[in-house]
Write a protein that binds this ligand. Structure first.
Ligand code: DGI
Ligand code: FE
Ligand code: FE
Length: 189
């Protein structure tokens, strides 16, 4: 399996608009990888595959979460949280990807996690700031991304949490844990 296989197989899984999002995440992640001197190949592979399972049905995702013994508490939260963890296992099982940096970047691309490495941080942020994202505050996150990966991720997490709370959605605890891990030095959070 090579890069072209990852691209071809991912395109087959996604409607056009989501495929185009994936390509923009790949491009954005490549720019960040250059800027922050990350492993470009790992970033590229994780970015290509990050939303591989985005259009699986709820039933398929639930089955995979049970079968692959992924964190069962995911099932108590919004199904938007399910596609990353499932895609990380699919990356290993179907694509033979063993690299933990790549599988973690796919797994945690929606929530982040405490102590993310560079590859994970870049995929997380690229997904949030890719050029077609339109939500409030995304421009501020884009600006910050040029200066500090961590600060941009903190802003992204705060904005996401605020948005979820404003819609009355439950926030997955790991999302808070990620924010906490990046702001522990601050005393005003
Ligand atoms: O798959 P994408 O749309 O490219 O982006 P994503 O995987 O980062 O996020 C998918 C959605 O998940 C997004 O609309 C925000 C939502 N989300 C992120 N963190 C949480 C969350 N939803 C809930 N309920 N709880 C969270 O902690
Ligand atoms: Fe996603
Ligand atoms: Fe995405």
């Amino acid at each position: 399996m090579n890069r072209q296989d990852y691209l071809d197989r991912t395109r087959e899984q996604l409607p056009l608009s989501r495929w185009e999002h994936t390509l923009r995440v790949v491009e954005t992640a490549a720019i960040l990888a250059e800027r922050y001197e990350a492993d470009k190949e790992k970033v590229d592979t994780a970015a290509i595959l990050h939303d591989y399972c985005k259009f699986w049905t709820a039933e398929e995702l639930i089955f995979a979460i049970k079968q692959y013994k992924l964190p069962q508490d995911l099932l108590l939260y919004n199904q938007e949280l399910w596609h990353g963890p499932v895609a990380s296992v699919v990356a290993t099982k179907e694509f033979g990807i063993q690299d933990i940096d790549i599988t973690n970047a796919i797994f945690y691309h929606t929530t982040g996690r405490p102590n993310m490495n560079l590859v994970e941080k870049i995929v997380f942020l690229a997904d949030y700031i890719e050029p077609a994202r339109k939500f409030p505050g995304v421009d501020a996150a884009r600006q910050l991304a040029q200066k500090s990966l961590d600060e941009a991720i903190v802003l992204a997490l705060k904005q996401t949490i605020q948005f979820l709370i404003s819609c009355g959605q439950r926030v997955y605890p790991l999302t808070y844990d990620t924010l906490k891990s990046l702001t522990e030095h601050e005393d005003n959070i």
